[in-house]
Design a protein around this ligand. Structure first.
Ligand code: ZN
Length: 80
């Protein structure tokens, strides 16, 4: 089964970024995505394999580390 993007309404199945392990950053993503759990009416808690595709990020959301790896710091654009 292909894994869809976590953002509601987005049907992108191509790759994406896993939610960050940092709890504050993770919360920031959840708020930006605004996906609501219909059972609780609260923000959905993403699972280990939930991901957000690249189209919801801006280039400025990324910070390149000294090792050349991209680290995403914020999610400033959410397309629904
Ligand atoms: Zn998406």
């Amino acid at each position: 089964m292909p894994q869809y993007c976590f953002v509601p309404g987005c049907k992108n199945k191509k790759g994406g970024h896993l939610f960050p392990k940092d709890i504050h950053l993770r919360q920031q993503w959840c708020v930006a995505v605004r996906r609501i759990d219909p059972l609780t009416g609260r923000l959905w808690t993403p699972g280990a394999i939930d991901r957000v595709c690249s189209q919801h990020f801006l280039e400025t959301d990324f910070k390149t580390t000294m090792t050349g790896m991209n680290v995403y710091i914020i999610m400033s654009a959410v397309i629904i």
